[in-house]
Design a binder for this molecule. Structure first.
Ligand code: NDP
Length: 401
């Protein structure tokens, strides 16, 4: 029986709140806080209706303001803060957790607003302070990062003596019927994919141009899709935590239509993150673009098809080379029917709730700052299917990579 504070009332916040509310024996008292309280109220009312959980409160908070966060935490007294607002707020929320002695979990690593750059160094720097305070931070507990790290930990624990090649493959085989929309926060999403790519090979990072490498990969129940190499944050922690890895890459599918829109957005300067003066007012073009693009939270109703995300791994077991593929497919429609949100929010919110459950039940609880693959993958994966994200393992198959 625990109190949990969820910060961020977007698509992921909606799923996380509803999924926590489905387990009142663990999350006995929930507070959802965000910049805009009316969004929290709407989600809380929906969560009460769908689950019957009556102890869901809401609050307004600016998660970039540490004193405000501290005041909210002191008044509600949660055991854990689940941060599903934006990566810009990771450090202020971690500061508030340190000040109040409360555990922390998030789904995306810190990124400064003024530079499209994400890495774990800023959050790993909290290691000693969290340990000394006796509290635990679990970083990157969505799907990717998140379940992909747990999948890799399972492979290392049960199926390989040494992992040599890791390819994380992320396919959205869904159709939302819009000419152009992003599946999560457009600002964060466009910043991520317009950067140079990067992969790990033989002990160093190899940089690539955006979308330089493309492969057609087959995804279960979806078929062949063009998949592009890009940098994704879990690669950084996975190559550190599994030093036998010789090469680690991340692939994501994009349709031709999406890429054409993206090219135009970049060419006309709308992906810029530096402020420009318009009619005497400073605006950031990418933030303005976010305001006119479809809200990812509204894509769910007519979204058809599935996502398929997994890890394709090659390595050694008992002196023999072997291949292994572990993945989940998630139906956008089923996600919407259960939570009112599309599959990308669902595949992030379900692992966030499951990770929080692991922490509160003591399965994932150590003093300090950790990535998900540093915990025992078994109890998490035992629960994940029942929570809505069943997974499948295939052995000794052609990985196409
Ligand atoms: P949304 O943009 O839909 O929601 C973000 C929410 O954060 C908004 O409701 C917004 O508040 C709130 N917020 C923004 N700034 C502040 C602030 N200063 N104080 C308080 N609240 C604030 O994003 P998503 O729900 O799609 O994504 C949420 C997070 O999940 C992101 O960090 C994203 O990177 C991550 N993610 C992780 C994935 C994974 O697999 N690991 C996959 C997809 C997303 P308001 O509306 O109230 O103004």
């Amino acid at each position: 029986m625990s109190k949990v504070l969820i910060i961020g009332a977007g698509g992921v916040g909606r799923v996380t709140t509803i999924k926590c509310a489905q387990h009142p024996q663990v999350f006995s008292h929930i507070m959802l806080a965000s910049r805009t309280k009316s969004k929290c109220d709407e989600i809380a009312a929906d969560a009460r209706k769908r689950t019957g959980h009556q102890k869901i409160e809401t609050a307004a908070v600016d998660a970039e303001n540490v004193p405000q966060l501290v005041e909210l935490i002191r008044s509600f007294q949660p055991e854990l803060v689940i941060h599903v607002a934006l990566p810009y707020q990771d450090l202020t929320i971690m500061d508030a957790c340190l000040e109040t002695g409360v555990h922390y979990l998030d789904t995306a690593n810190y990124e400064p607003k003024e530079e499209a750059k994400f890495e774990y160094s800023w959050q790993w720097a909290y290691q000693d302070r969290f340990r000394e305070k006796g509290i635990c931070a679990v970083l990157g507990c969505g799907f990717d990062p998140g379940v992909t790290g747990v999948f890799t930990a399972r492979a290392a624990k049960h199926h390989f003596d040494e992992i040599h090649y890791l390819d994380i493959v992320d396919c959205n085989g869904g159709d939302h019927g819009k000419a152009f929309a992003t599946n999560f926060n457009p600002e964060i999403n466009i910043r991520e994919i317009t950067q140079k790519g990067k992969y790990w090979e033989n002990g160093q990072w190899v940089e690539t141009e955006p979308f330089e490498f493309k492969k057609s990969l087959n995804y279960p129940n979806i078929g062949a899709r063009n998949s592009y190499l890009l940098y994704h944050e879990e690669l950084e922690s996975l190559v550190k935590n599994f030093p036998s890895i010789k090469r680690a890459r991340f692939w994501m599918t994009f349709g031709d239509e999406y890429l054409t829109h993206l090219r135009v957005i970049e060419n006309i300067g709308m992906s810029r993150i530096d402020p420009v003066i318009y009619n005497g007012v400073e605006i950031v073009p990418l933030q303005f673009l976010k305001a006119v693009l479809p809200d990812p939270g509204d894509l769910g109703e007519n979204y058809t098809g599935e996502t398929s995300i997994g890890c394709r791994i090659k390595g050694i077991k008992n002196g023999q080379e072997k291949t292994y593929y572990i993945y989940n497919n998630c139906s956008h429609q089923a996600a919407f029917d259960e939570t009112g949100a599309q599959g990308v929010s669902y595949t992030t919110g379900v692992p966030a709730m499951t990770g929080a459950m692991m922490m509160l039940q003591g399965e994932w609880m150590k003093k300090g700052v950790f990535n998900v693959e540093e915990f025992n993958p078994d109890p998490f994966l035992d629960k994940l299917g029942g929570h809505g994200l069943p997974w499948t393992e295939l052995h000794d198959i052609d990985l196409e990579l």
